[in-house]
Design a protein around this ligand. Structure first.
Ligand code: SF4
Length: 735
């Protein structure tokens, strides 16, 4: 650990200028012994900073405090944070949440201290002095910053009306307060355009679930341990859903089998009893074929279907069109694998399916997920612990978004803009009203949106006023006119309802607010006051907001106010006192009260009563997938050179041979949208016809200012207007 003086040196109070040559984030603590080193011990150039062996006892006060990981990850670990002299020096897993049980991913202990205290941290408001994107800022005070935002917004309001203002926020922090509380109240009251955030990621899966099962939880991930068969479908659990691994291992020690469906041979795929390496975007065909094979083999639960399933005949009419041979051809997998999955699924119970976000990121995404969700309904797998789908965890909590976010404040007729379309709208001369002001927060749109080059042109418009609010200076914020420094969740109160497990947690600040940074809630409270919004919705304290986040009298809270949940334990969401088991203590909450294989909800909303399949038509021969990295949470923790080297492009030996490539050479990956340069890794980890690189690297890792999102199209999936990153089709040439 470096000396306190060293830290002060890096706490300089200016923005991005020093960051281009920033030294390694010095706050990084050593890996916690509890951390699970994923992907072997390979940390690509990153080396944990060694702690001093001897700490002068008089100089430091050391204290351990409980917290919760707020990142966009289904696991929502409970943490123990070590603070020395007011700075976070170590983060370990804690046992407050029995599900995460003291284990963390490697990235949080390695990178979070540097994220809080490192050289990219924003500590004061800033005003742009250079050109948009150049990254030159000067320090200003909060009063000036808020005046600046107020005056610019007022002029947009006068000229174009409130809908010319658009919040552009996503899922940086997942605490209920930081993610969407006072901020949304403010934008709702202002009458700003509404942003539909789900389509960027996870929204397709959510809508597919709501359309099939309604607002009800599936089984919690702990129940995977009870299964005789676990199917991880489009879910790289080792990197993105870590705590499912010990549950799967428990199941396997008791004789259970593991199937992994993923185009890429991930670590968990290597360990599986069967790895189905299907072509991206063909999941619906595979799941249909399994359903048809179940029927042929007598594997349907006719009594269950008659009682609990709506739309069986119509659904099967589609599924029956896919023989194993025909599906194998489209999915690019051996026919025998399809028969094996069907046979195992028929004969092994309980059977738990965990669905990740991998299979949603294409134009058939909703269909693929719905067809997977249909399998336990057809085979009658629900109704026992460990049976069904590990999904819908967000529905396990008694959330009250109407009270927390106050959608009733939205003026009638306010338009909603799909987050995937923001780049297009920014450049659309016909849009009425045009977007004239953006408020970017909890989000790094330049790195993560599809069609990156268009997003960049949109952000670069001089006639669009951009406010950027974040913890660290990002490449998106380089386009902001004014930058507001946000607190990390280690500096404010929040409550955490996970989206991958059933434990509710609360955290208090463990360090003081750094520099002049403020919590999101306070930033929008002050902004609301500037606009003269004085009613109690805008003066609510953080404790009030926490109490507004959940139904206080719901039995799941055991009589506690959310703001009083102890910080050293987690509250398990139970139903009649027990863990969720569908048809035992939780039930489908659809219009028909049945599992809807023909969905009235998805029919009304998207004209998609049934799953469907459309192949992607493109002149480019290779499918490009860009799954999550083990080094970042999407782009969070990116930006420091050591931990953000450009990932390689993985290509199958057959495709490399056809192009005369050698391992390690630089290649140009291109299509009609852009061009990205990476090193080639020739590997059988990806099937022929598929290339893969990991998402979220910052532009500074690139020699031409484009990263992999530049090649991803911005069209919509079959439901939820969802993003289709994995519909990218590319050619690869020598550079
Ligand atoms: S990113 Fe996920 S696995 Fe890692 S500490 Fe946070 S919640 Fe846990």
């Amino acid at each position: 650990m470096p000396s306190p003086d060293h830290h002060h040196h890096h706490q300089r109070r200016s923005g991005i200028e020093q960051s281009a040559t920033a030294p390694r984030a010095r706050g990084a603590a050593r890996l916690s012994p509890a951390a699970v080193p994923e992907n072997g011990a390979d940390h690509d150039g990153w080396e944990p900073v060694k702690r001093r062996a001897i700490v002068p006892a008089m100089a430091l006060t050391t204290i351990d405090r409980p917290s919760v990981c707020p990142l966009d990850c289904p696991d929502t670990c409970s943490l123990t944070v070590t603070i020395e002299d007011g700075r976070i020096t170590r983060i370990r897993g804690s046992h407050a949440n029995p599900y995460t049980a003291g284990v963390l991913c490697a990235k949080v202990p390695a990178y979070y201290p540097g994220f809080v205290h490192g050289p990219r941290r924003l500590l004061t408001p800033l005003r742009r002095v250079g050109k948009k994107g150049e990254g030159r800022f000067e320090r200003i005070g909060w009063d000036d910053a808020l005046d600046f935002v107020h005056d610019a917004f007022q002029s947009v309001l006068r000229e174009h009306g409130p809908q010319a203002i658009l919040p552009l926020n996503y899922a940086g922090p997942h605490g209920m307060l930081a993610a969407g509380s006072m901020d949304l109240r403010f934008f709702h009251r202002l009458g700003a355009s509404l942003l539909w955030r789900g389509p960027l990621c996870g929204g397709i899966r959510t809508e597919a679930w709501l359309g099939t099962y309604g607002s009800t939880p599936g089984i919690p991930p702990e129940q995977a341990a009870l299964a005789k068969l676990v199917i991880a479908w489009g879910n790289n659990v080792t990197w993105s859903n870590l705590h499912l691994v010990p549950q799967i291992n428990r199941a396997r020690r008791a004789g259970g089998k593991l199937v992994v469906v993923d185009p890429r041979r991930t670590k968990i795929a290597e360990q599986a009893d069967l790895h189905v390496a299907l072509r991206p975007g063909t999941d619906v065909v595979l799941a249909w074929a399994i359903a048809a094979e179940l029927e042929r083999g007598g594997g349907l639960d006719r009594a269950f279907i008659a009682r609990h399933v709506h739309g069986f005949e119509q659904y099967m009419a589609e599924a029956r069109r896919w023989t194993p041979a025909e599906a194998a051809r489209v999915c690019g997998v051996p026919e025998a694998q399809i028969r094996t999955v069907a046979e195992w699924y028929q004969t092994m119970s309980p059977a738990a399916i965990s669905v990740g976000n991998g299979l949603e990121r294409n134009q058939n995404g909703g269909s693929g997920i719905r067809a997977v969700f249909a399998l336990p309904a057809l085979a009658g797998k629900w109704g026992v612990p460990g049976g069904g789908c590990i999904n819908g965890a967000g529905q396990a909590f008694p959330k009250t978004p109407a009270r927390l976010q106050r959608p009733d404040l939205v003026p009638a007729g306010t338009r909603t803009i799909n987050i995937v379309d923001v780049g297009r709208h920014l450049l659309d001369p016909e849009l009425r009203p045009p977007i004239k002001a953006l408020f970017i927060y909890n989000h790094n749109p330049l790195v993560v949106h599809p069609d990156q080059n268009r997003m960049r042109r949109g952000l670069a418009r001089d006639d669009v006023f951009v406010v950027g609010c974040d913890v660290v200076m990002t490449e998106s914020l380089a386009y902001a006119d004014v930058v507001l420094p946000a607190c990390t969740h280690f500096e404010h109160d929040d409550v955490f309802a996970a989206y991958g497990q059933h434990w509710l947690q609360r955290a208090e600040p463990v360090i003081t607010r750094q520099g002049e940074a403020l919590p999101n809630t306070e930033i929008f409270r002050r902004l609301a006051a500037r606009f003269g919004f004085t009613d109690s919705a805008f003066t609510a304290s953080d404790a009030d907001l926490m109490d507004d986040a959940f139904a206080v009298d719901d039995p799941r809270l055991l009589g506690m106010r959310p703001s009083e949940i102890p910080t050293d334990r987690a509250l398990k969401m139970t139903f009649g006192g027990d863990e969720a088991v569908m048809f035992r203590n939780v039930f489908p909450a659809t219009a028909s009260k049945k599992i809807e294989l023909v969905s009235s909800y998805l029919d009304t909303k998207y004209g998609a009563p049934l799953p469907s399949f459309r192949p992607v038509a493109s002149p480019f021969p290779l499918s490009l997938i860009s799954p999550a990295s083990d080094q970042r949470i999407t782009s969070t923790f990116g930006g420091a050179s050591e931990q953000d080297a450009a990932p390689p492009l993985e290509m199958h030996p057959d495709d490399a041979r056809a192009r005369g490539f050698t391992d390690g050479q630089r290649v140009r990956i291109w299509n009609e949208l852009g061009e990205v340069h990476l090193h080639l890794e020739i590997t059988e980890r990806v099937p022929p016809g598929v290339v893969c690189t990991l998402k979220g690297a910052w532009l500074r890792t690139s020699d031409n200012g484009q990263t992999i999102s530049a090649l991803c199209p911005a069209h919509h999936a079959d439901i939820s207007g969802g993003a289709c990153f994995n519909d990218a089709r590319v050619e690869v040439s020598a550079l």
